[in-house]
Write a protein that binds this ligand. Structure first.
Ligand code: ZN
Length: 220
């Protein structure tokens, strides 16, 4: 099956060669050169949120749109590789300074309705790739603990910060509270804008007994 998949992929690559979404070179969906050209996120965020890239950079914006809405799932792996470096960098310090050990990796969930419409959760795809890269098992994926039972308006459609907060308040729940008691948690999302979604997720996880919570996103 694996061999067959490899052959099938090679044939597909001949017909539809993988091109960089930014420069068009036939290599990866987002080539290393273009990725290294992407400016890091510099706008202010809460000190527990670590975004990688500046969302205003057009190729980053395009890549995240393709990953989130157009099924370009291979981009999850490309971003996970860069995210992993950043996570390990932060963990090396946090594990010593704050005793931040054996964290759980939790993706920001979609509501069941949106999950059905889209067929996948881009944050979960990134987490799955992170787990594959993490051969030393620095963290463990928990994708069914933080859930989003009800649908909310798309945060991206609300411009006002206060309204974004109000929109998201109470939209998450924690299943199986016991499994996060006193645990350190790394939240993963594709984009953070005002931080309202991450802050709400953090609030409910804290309330449920989690220890320290930090978050990593591809862009801000
Ligand atoms: Zn490129």
């Amino acid at each position: 099956m694996r061999a067959l998949n490899t052959i099938l992929n090679s044939v597909l690559n001949l017909i539809f060669p993988i091109k960089c979404i930014s420069c068009g070179e036939k290599s990866k969906d987002f080539c290393a050169l273009c990725l290294s050209d992407a400016p890091p996120a510099e706008r202010e965020t809460a000190n527990w949120i670590f975004p990688l890239y500046d969302y205003r950079h057009p190729p980053i914006k395009k890549a995240l749109h393709l990953l989130k809405y157009k099924g370009k799932k291979r981009l999850a792996k490309i971003f996970a590789e860069v995210l992993y470096e950043k996570i390990m960098e932060e963990l090396s310090e946090l594990s010593v300074m704050e005793n931040f050990r054996e964290p759980l990796l939790i993706p920001i969930p979609l509501s069941p309705k949106r999950y059905r419409e889209r067929g996948y959760n881009q944050a979960e795809l990134i987490c799955r790739e992170l787990i594959k890269i993490d051969r030393n098992k620095n963290f463990k994926l928990e994708k069914n603990i933080l859930i989003k039972p009800k649908e909310t308006e798309h945060q991206a459609r609300i411009k006002n910060r206060r309204e974004r907060l109000e929109n998201i308040v109470g939209s998450f729940s924690v299943k199986n509270v016991e499994s996060i008691k006193n645990r350190n948690i790394i939240l993963i999302d594709d984009i953070t804008t005002t931080g309202a979604t991450l802050a709400e997720a953090r609030k409910i996880l804290k309330k449920s007994g989690a220890r320290k919570i930090i978050a990593f996103t591809v862009a801000h």
